[in-house]
Design a binder for this molecule. Sequence first.
Ligand code: SF4
Length: 287
Amino acid sequence: MDYREIITYCHANNITLGQYALQSEVKRGDSTAEKIKTRFAEMLDVMKQSTSSAANKPLISVSKISGGNAYKYHQYQQNGDSLLGELAANAVTKALSTAETNAAMGKIVACPTAGSSGIVPAAILACGEYFNLKQDQLIDALMAASLIGKLIAESATISGAEGGCQAETGAAAAMAAAAVCQLRAGSPEVCFYAAAIAIKNSLGLVCDPVGGYVEIPCVKRNAAGVTNALIAADMALAGIISYIPFDETVTAMSNIGKMLPSALKETSGGGLAATKTAAALSGKIFN
Ligand code: SF4
């Protein structure tokens, strides 16, 4: 369904994007609303774990080329030293923690992918803590995020190998931006504006993991992705619109992904992965 029809449907039935996503899943006939909600609650539990596991004690990746930064940032944040406000700094800690948990082969929820798994949980859970929101609201927001991810996957891609990092951390930022807007009672239109703005802010981002490991620059891109999501949501909630509609931003992302050379699509043949330091780090891993 076209995203504008989704907005119209949500208004006509006085439901959120998350409730629309739930209804659509139930209509597919594979599961009941209760079972789907239980599954989302389980995912939220995994997210709660992953957003704190690397923040409370240093966690080093299996390759040993990354890790320990979620802990470092958490300490800094708790000391009140962050340049960011409480919510955004907490979101950065959570995004780093999940991304480092992924790099250390811990359990995460791929949303939409493992490489970009820090962004959606960080945005939803940091907002949940800051505004003291209920579990049901968080689940509804996660469902809204899943709807945005589904729309992007259907008409473009959520794979770094196909569309570059814009398709992974960019898509995750769009999902998170819409979820946050919904948590702040933004209308479905506002949620889509936020998602469109987040995509626009990520266009052209290449996939260039050092040594082929989802660590450098992936972990820090999750931190950047969640701040992108929060900025996009904040602008949309303030009444700022995206002049380019959501579906056209997705098409632009898809087209840019097709234009990117394969060296910049998860092959580690270009970008940061092709630097002198990356070569030295890769040598260390493989030795
Ligand atoms: S750089 Fe590539 S592997 Fe890393 S998060 Fe982005 S898309 Fe995923």
